[in-house]
Design a protein around this ligand. Structure first.
Ligand code: TGC
Ligand code: FAD
Length: 392
């Protein structure tokens, strides 16, 4: 990254001038507009919505998509943007992941031309906000078991069910909702664009989170919501619809979480050089140096992995197993780094005056969402052995 010690392996040299410029612009935005206020938002459990149009101007939303007002950047540039956002807070990056990879991408890839024209330009600018409803109260890791149903009735579908743990839910203008429909005899999962204000659609903020407090997370409920058939995504059927969106979002996360790790590493390094015990800086003790060396080692490895993954995506050669390995590894090491960094701060490490505990708590969510650590283990296990260990 920027500071020389963090970029021990000159990953900088592997980036194009455009990629570096995009990253530096987002980094400056995070430093100037976000870091001074994130602590207050985390305390108050609020998201700084006033920054959304500025993120739109930076081209963050749907950054890899072409046309419809989107920036059409490489996956590497997008990953670098997300890394900087997550250096600020996972909540800021979550907002961008959901808007771009989980809401704009399915409309762009599977929507009708009318749907693309109607939604994408406003979403790219941040004037319209999306959320993605796959998880249900009883079906998280196993979304194929979902019970939300859409029944055809004339020119509409009638939607009933609920979705749980939905990022941006309470501030969203539209929700991409995945539901089972009776599709001429066979049941099939389809995506629907459910609009704010449709009668019977309610989004309720989930209270009591210790993680991702600077982000909104909702329960969505649908009670006989009439959704025009024209709001169904026409070009995809089955679980591969939502799972293909998750490939994009998970790859972005693999890149992004290294930003949280860097924030923790840089903070712990600076603090350990300042803080003295037994008459010398704690950075001078071998045990502290081992912690810093471990952190740096895992950051370098994680960044190289994320960069390779994004380059493969740019070449159209990425596989879900590659995405799972990178998401699984990088989130785990970022969480470990945040925990160790928190310890380096001693008692100060539990205060929100310093970033590691906030990142640590956030990363507990990242470890769980977009496929839990265990789900990614099993995806890899299946790829390695050919045997499915998910269920019966
Ligand atoms: P399975 O039988 O394996 O597959 C069903 C169909 O889906 C296809 N498929 C994929 N397609 C594209 N990409 C992938 N990664 C795919 N994986 C599978 C598959 O080919 C098949 O297609 P077809 O045509 O033959 O029908 O499905 P399964 O029911 O056994 O489930 C597999 C499993 C467990 C891996 C999957 O369900 C899974 O990934 N579960 C985890 C769920 C998850 O990640 N949820 C995330 C919700 S969104 C979220 O967390 C947002 S947080 C956002 C933020 O704030 O940043
Ligand atoms: P469960 O599926 O109940 O799993 C519980 C535990 O069992 C986990 O440790 C899991 O790994 C383990 N487990 C499950 N199955 C197996 C198995 N076969 N073998 C071994 N272990 C297993 N979802 C959305 O759709 N949209 C969003 O925007 C969204 N945002 C989120 C934001 C936050 C802050 C959080 C925390 C979650 C969000 N989610 C979202 C939901 C998230 O994707 C789910 O929480 C996740 O998929 C796991 O589902 P679950 O919580 O129901 O856990």
């Amino acid at each position: 990254m920027r500071a020389a010690i963090t970029d021990l392996y000159r990953i900088e040299d592997l980036l194009s001038a455009e990629e570096r410029a995009v990253r530096d612009t987002v980094a400056a935005f995070v430093d100037r507009a976000y870091l001074p206020i994130v602590g207050r938002h985390f305390r108050d459990h609020t998201f700084p919505s006033h920054l959304i149009p500025q993120l739109g101007e930076l081209g963050v939303f749907g950054a890899t998509l072409k046309g419809y007002g989107c920036a059409g950047l490489s996956n590497v540039a997008y990953g670098l943007m997300l890394q900087e956002l997550e250096r600020g807070d996972s909540g800021l990056r979550s907002f961008a992941s959901v808007q771009g990879s989980l809401c704009m991408f399915p409309i762009w890839a599977y929507g009708s031309e009318a749907q693309k024209q109607r939604w994408l330009p406003g979403m790219a600018k941040g004037e319209l906000i999306g959320c993605f409803g796959l998880t249900e109260p009883d079906y998280g890791s196993d979304p194929g078991g979902m019970v939300t149903r859409a029944r055809r009735d004339g020119d509409d579908y009638v939607l009933n069910g609920s979705k749980m743990w939905i990022t941006n839910g309470t501030i969203a203008d539209l929700a991409i909702v995945w539901a089972k429909v009776d599709d001429g005899g066979a049941e099939s999962i389809r995506g629907f664009i459910v609009e704010k204000g449709m009668p019977g659609y309610v989004a309720k903020e989930i209270e009591g989170k210790f993680s991702l407090r600077a982000s909104y997370t909702a329960e969505l409920s649908f009670s006989d919501v009439r959704v025009p058939a024209a709001n169904m995504l026409p070009e995809v059927k089955g679980l591969k619809g939502p799972l293909s969106c998750l490939n994009k979002a998970r790859a972005g996360i693999a890149f992004a979480v290294m930003g949280a790790a860097v924030a923790c590493f840089e903070g712990a390094r600076a603090y350990s050089l300042e803080r003295k015990t037994f008459n010398k800086p704690i950075a001078g003790f071998q045990l502290t140096q081992e912690k810093l060396a471990d952190m740096l080692q895992e950051i370098v490895k994680g960044q190289l992995l994320a960069l390779r993954l994004a380059r493969l995506a740019d070449e159209g050669r990425v596989t879900p197993e590659q995405v799972s390995l990178a998401k699984r590894n990088n989130v785990k090491v970022a969480l470990d780094i945040a925990r160790v960094a928190r310890g380096v701060y001693g008692a100060n490490g539990i205060s929100d005056e310093y970033p590691p505990v906030r990142h640590m708590l956030n990363l507990e969510s990242v470890y769980t969402y977009e496929g839990t650590h265990e789900v990614h283990t099993l995806i890899l296990g299946k790829a390695i052995t050919g045997l499915n260990a998910f269920g019966n």
